[in-house]
Design a protein around this ligand. Structure first.
Ligand code: HEC
Length: 147
């Protein structure tokens, strides 16, 4: 094939890829919940993302205790009371609840690792523990969506 034809073809293929994903391959389970809970859950999700950003900037500044505190209070087991997890759980299938619990546990484990990092300065191990949190965000988003 002529070289000048290949680039536009690749470009067209890349363009159609997300469309294909959205139209045909959305196999996520759709969760129905009351409008107020939906609003509450999405606000909570946006705070999860903000918490991750704050954790990353604390790690970058070498402020490991600050990273640990955000992780425990906003994502970890210590966040369960404040974000109404017990009310939400009733609307979630078992697998989704388990992924949520796994995320909270991983965040609390990250908090411990981050506190250790304040002494050891072992940033790679803190980053590894943080990726075990985000892997649970990714897993849940890959399987579930809201209606
Ligand atoms: C137990 C499941 C679960 C976990 C764990 C989870 N999420 Fe979500 N999240 C969802 C669902 C479901 C939605 C809605 C997606 C949709 O309807 O397309 C969502 C939506 C979001 C949104 C979009 C919010 C909006 O206003 O539309 C953000 C941002 C987000 N999540 C961030 C995160 C981050 C960061 C983490 C990990 C620290 C995380 N989530 C962990 C289930 C989860």
């Amino acid at each position: 094939m002529h070289k000048t034809l290949i680039a536009p073809l690749i470009f067209a293929a890349l363009l159609s890829f997300p469309l294909t994903l959205a139209a045909e391959d959305d196999t996520r389970v759709a969760i129905d919940m009351p409008a107020m809970m939906r609003t509450h859950m999405l606000a909570n999700m946006r705070d999860h993302l903000l918490a991750l950003q704050e954790i990353q900037s604390s790690l970058a500044a070498g402020e490991y205790d600050a990273a640990a505190e955000v992780a425990e209070k906003r994502l970890g087991m210590g966040s369960l009371g404040t974000h109404g997890a017990s009310h939400m759980a009733g609307f979630m299938p078992q697998g989704m609840q388990e992924t949520g619990t796994a995320m909270h546990r991983a965040a609390s484990r990250f908090a411990v690792t981050a506190q250790e990092t304040a002494v050891t300065r072992d940033l790679p191990s803190a980053l590894g523990a943080l990726s075990r949190v985000t892997v649970q965000c990714v897993a849940c988003h890959a399987s579930y969506r809201l209606k």
